[in-house]
Design a protein around this ligand. Structure first.
Ligand code: HEM
Length: 230
């Protein structure tokens, strides 16, 4: 499935939304929530690393990895390398981000893995890891035969988009969950912080939508190398 419009304008919107999302999650955690810390007596500062790394790492850098075939006027081999390196960075930041949520829970004597968000989170990071390793082995090193590669590609695209959409949805659930905890502890429901968190979640979903649009749209005409859109 492809839509008959050019991908380039969508990829610019992805970059702009990504910068806005990164700024918003940093303003929230640093300005409103007291900052980020790996070790602290105020354990909330450890938790704050979680949304920052999940949004900037898994969602934003992961999204840039996905659209790299559509956004960069480079040769296929270079784009492939950028695609796999950006996904590796997204995966590592995602793993560290999940670790900080566990670290915060453990140091605050809060139970682990009690929520839908946490269950989906584990499923997402495991599938993301499997997708990366499979892609690396089939498309990069040692690399499958050309028949295996061309048979695998639509599945790689489909499975990758499935995991990514799941991750975007789960990030939105994460914002909802944290904001609900804060509102139950007295945070003003229509205050500036609540609006910021809700708009960050809206922006996350818009970011994901423009990543998908970029994937479905046409690669730049001078680019003969990319995979064809779904
Ligand atoms: C796709 C991105 C995300 C993934 C894969 C993910 C994954 C996880 C996982 C696995 C846990 C469980 C930690 C534990 O049980 O000790 C967790 C906890 C948590 N996450 Fe996320 N997270 C993501 C994004 C976010 C975002 C953007 C927020 C926004 C604030 C957030 C808020 C929370 C909260 C409040 C908890 C603690 C409560 C709970 O376990 O449900 N998460 N996350």
């Amino acid at each position: 499935m492809a839509i008959g419009v050019k991908a380039t304008p969508f990829t610019f919107i992805v970059h702009a939304l990504g910068i806005a999302g990164a700024v918003m999650v940093l303003v929230w955690t640093i300005h409103f929530r007291g900052g980020l810390a790996w070790e602290a007596s105020n354990k909330s500062l450890i938790f704050n690393i979680h949304p920052v790394l999940m949004l900037i790492g898994l969602i934003i850098i992961g999204g840039e990895a996905i659209i790299s075939y559509k956004s960069l006027p480079l040769k296929k081999e270079v784009k492939k390398l950028i695609h796999l390196v950006l996904h590796a960075i997204a995966l590592v930041l995602g793993i560290i981000g999940i670790y900080t949520a566990f670290k915060y829970h453990n140091e605050s004597s809060i139970a682990n893995l009690y929520s839908l968000h946490s269950w989906l989170g584990i499923v997402i990071i495991v599938l993301y890891g499997i997708q990366w390793v499979y892609g690396f082995v089939i498309f990069f090193f040692p690399g499958g035969s050309s028949a295996v590669r061309s048979e695998s590609l639509p599945w790689h695209v489909l499975f990758g988009l499935f995991v990514y959409i799941l991750a975007v949805g789960n990030a939105a659930i994460g914002f909802l969950e944290k904001l609900t905890f804060l509102e139950n502890s007295g945070l003003a429901k229509y205050g500036s912080e609540a609006l910021l968190v809700n708009f960050t979640a809206v922006l996350t979903i818009l970011y994901g939508a423009f990543v998908i649009l970029s994937v479905l749209a046409l690669a730049p005409p001078e680019d003969d190398y990319s995979y064809s859109a779904l």
